[in-house]
Write a protein that binds this ligand. Structure first.
Ligand SMILES: *[C@@H]1O[C@H](CO)[C@@H](O)[C@H](O)[C@H]1NC(C)=O
Ligand SMILES: *[C@@H]1O[C@H](CO)[C@@H](O)[C@H](O)[C@H]1NC(C)=O
Length: 679
């Protein structure tokens, strides 16, 4: 900003007085100037690589190799008076050495020389001051304070690659000190790294009378000037200096290169140089940071690895979340929108904790049942997951299920809704806290799921409870067969499909499910679906489920509940129907009642239930009563025609049932076509 101000009026006056005092007629003046930045580089001679950057920094060299740069104050400065004494002079300047790459060079120097041209000067370790040929030549008249960042090989009396030296006609330093400053009054030595891209201030002061040269440096960041100089030596500069000398800077690079900058400079003869305004220092172009050290590299690599890993984890998480969202999202076929009570898959997935095994209530022929809690209502539900390959039938079945969802009867498990997902069908039922009749009758873990463990087998159901359950199931079947807007055949009446509410009231579940397996497909390979021991004989022939086949299954249920035995004993293979019928033939049917009841039952009622069971289980469908009639029998409104049952239930039909059970003992379903072929 401020151009050189040569010989301010006050100083001129001093100089004039001095001249008068010495009776000298030669023009002589003290010099005093300051550059707080070089925005205005007036009165400066820049040679070679030296230039002033737009920012105001004086760049002696850039980081090109083997170059040098010179910057001198234009006008000569009188350094010797009367050919007898070197004047006192003082200079302060701020420099900055910025190195790109692993090592820089070579350094810069404050120079007082007889010529601004510095004849014979070369780059590299000669710092653009001198050359190999004139090194040490007394006719050089070069004085320099060097700030050297390269240690030359043995020749130049250099202490290290980061030193401050005093050069007299030579680069073989008269004095050389590692760059440092003495902090505070105590003077603790603190090293300074010259090529560290930090602003460093230097003071070079010479007292002409005492012939003491002081050199002081300190980083600009150190606020107070060190009181003790780094170098303080008696040096007679008279042999070096001519009367008029030029002051300035020189710098050079070699195989190693740095950018050398002077940011501010003040100089004065005959007194202390003006202090530099450190707040006005220009900044130098921001070079890339010096190459990081190995540990920094490791840190950076580690950090970037960590960042990368974090990013990968985060993006993977997001991707997984999106995928999960997408996976849980429903892809609806158009028709699905037509049917009410559809649940979003997400909701059921959440309700069952992702169909977790811990939520599994049971597994049966059609699929698994999970306990779930609907998030919106907080209702506890049972979610039945059914896998079906019946692609074609799914649509029709869903239509049926959706319509079944409108059914409301106290003895039917309430279907809350449904959800189709791929080949899976999810049915949402009200949750039955007391589990299935199967589990309560037999305490069978496999059938009951986790609701009954062997250690906690519930006490056997009382006779009254059993009859109430049977009445309830009958009532539910009447609703399905006759009271609903269309005839619904349950197709899978059995103990494990009878669920018990909190009041031990029966709820028939899974109605219509078997339809899923019957829809579509070739009639010849239509699969007969049902449960062994509950399947009417004609079902295996016609493959057609009717209300009569439901009645047959209900008959099996009557016997099962009254006797506490499975329709076909899984261990002995005894056919319950045949066994009870044989007892009936001998007039001892009541002996079939569950022994666990310990005789605590109404014998007439037991007789009614057993005979009704036999009546419903007749081989000929037309001989079986309707479910409404069953209810009337149970209510005592009609008498069961015991003799007729025995007359019409010929041994063949019973044998047929046995044959069926034995043949199918290993599979619950078989194709009607193959059966036709067999018969
Ligand atoms: C010193 O330099 C001068 C002028 O360049 C030259 O004439 C003289 O020979 C040199 N002396 C030595 C010893 O090299
Ligand atoms: C040089 O440093 C010494 C020691 O600190 C001091 O006494 C002397 O005054 C200094 N001379 C100049 C010219 O600054």
């Amino acid at each position: 900003m401020s151009p050189a101000s040569v010989a301010t009026p006050g100083h001129l006056a001093v100089a004039v007085l001095s001249l008068l005092a010495h009776r000298l007629l030669l023009c002589s003046a003290d010099v005093d100037f300051i550059y707080n930045g070089f925005h205005n580089a007036a009165n400066l001679s820049l040679e070679d690589a030296a230039s002033v950057l737009p920012g105001g920094a004086l760049q002696l060299t850039n980081d090109s190799k083997n170059i040098m740069g010179h910057a001198f104050f234009d006008s000569p400065v009188q350094m010797v008076q009367d050919a007898a004494a070197v004047v006192s002079f003082s200079t302060a300047f701020v420099f900055e050495i910025v190195t790109v790459g692993s090592g820089g060079g070579h350094g810069l120097a404050f120079v007082v020389a007889a010529s601004k041209l510095l004849p014979g000067a070369t780059a590299e370790q000669y710092l653009g001051l001198l050359g190999k040929d004139n090194l040490g030549n007394l006719s050089n008249h070069v004085f320099a304070v060097e700030f050297d960042t390269v240690k030359a090989n043995g020749l130049l009396n250099e202490t290290n690659d980061n030193h401050v030296g005093v050069d007299l006609n030579s680069l073989v330093s008269n004095v050389s000190e590692p760059a440092a400053y003495f902090a505070g009054d105590g003077g603790e030595r603190t090293n300074v790294t010259l090529e560290s891209a930090q602003e460093i201030q230097a003071w070079v002061e010479y007292d002409g009378s005492s012939k003491i040269l002081n050199v002081t440096i300190a980083p600009v960041s150190v606020t107070t000037r060190p009181r003790r100089p780094l170098i303080s030596r008696p040096i007679d500069l008279l042999p070096i200096f001519k009367q008029e000398m030029y002051v300035g800077f020189s710098s050079a690079t070699g195989k190693l290169a740095s950018s050398h900058y002077i940011l501010a400079w003040s100089f004065r003869t005959g007194g202390a140089a003006q202090p530099i305004d450190l707040s006005r220092l220009p900044s130098v172009p921001k070079k890339p940071e010096p190459p990081p050290s190995a540990s920094t590299v490791i840190k950076i690599v580690a950090l970037s690895c960590a960042a990368t890993v974090t990013a990968i984890i985060a993006s993977t998480g997001v991707a997984l979340w999106l995928r999960r969202r997408a996976a849980l999202a429903d892809t609806l076929e158009e028709w699905e929108l037509d049917h009410p009570h559809r649940f979003p898959y997400r909701e059921l997935h959440m309700a069952t904790k992702g169909f977790k095994n811990s939520e599994l209530l049971g597994a049966g022929g059609f699929g698994q049942v999970y306990r779930g809690v609907l998030r919106r209502s907080g209702d506890v539900v049972a979610v039945k997951r059914i896998s079906s390959n019946a692609r074609q039938g799914m649509r029709e079945f869903v239509a049926e299920v959706a319509s079944l969802g409108r059914m409301r009867h106290r003895n039917l498990a309430e279907l809350r809704g449904w959800c189709k997902r791929g080949q899976d069908l999810l049915l949402v039922y009200e949750f039955m806290p007391n589990g299935s009749l199967d589990a309560l009758l037999f305490g069978d873990c496999a059938a009951a799921g986790k609701s009954a463990s062997p250690a906690a087998t519930p006490p056997p159901l009382t006779w009254e409870q059993r009859v109430r359950i049977l009445r309830g199931v009958a009532s539910g079947l009447v609703y399905l067969h006759e009271e609903w807007e269309q005839v619904v055949v349950h197709r899978d009446v059995k103990a494990s499909n009878v669920l018990l509410g909190g009041d031990m009231g029966a709820r028939l579940g899974d109605f219509g499910l078997a339809r899923l397996y019957e829809h579509g497909g070739d009639p010849a390979t239509t699969r007969v679906v049902g449960t062994l021991g509950y399947m009417a004989p004609e079902l295996t022939v016609t493959g057609k489920a009717t209300t009569a086949t439901d009645v047959f299954a209900y008959g099996a249920l009557l016997l099962e509940v009254a006797c506490g035995r499975r329709p076909i004993d899984p261990v002995t293979g005894v056919n319950l129907l045949r066994w009870v019928r044989d007892l009936g033939v001998r007039g001892e049917v009541v002996r079939a009642v569950d022994e666990r009841l310990g005789g605590c039952y109404d014998k007439e009622e037991a007789r009614l239930v057993l005979w009704l069971g036999l009546t419903c289980s007749q081989a000929r469908p037309e001989a079986r009563p309707s479910m409404r009639q069953v209810c009337q029998y149970l209510d005592g409104e009609e008498h069961v025609p015991e003799e007729a049952v025995l007359v019409f239930s010929d041994a063949d039909s019973v044998d047929f049932g046995l044959f069926t059970s034995l043949t199918w003992s290993s599979c619950a379903t078989m194709s009607v076509g193959s059966l036709h072929g067999g018969r």
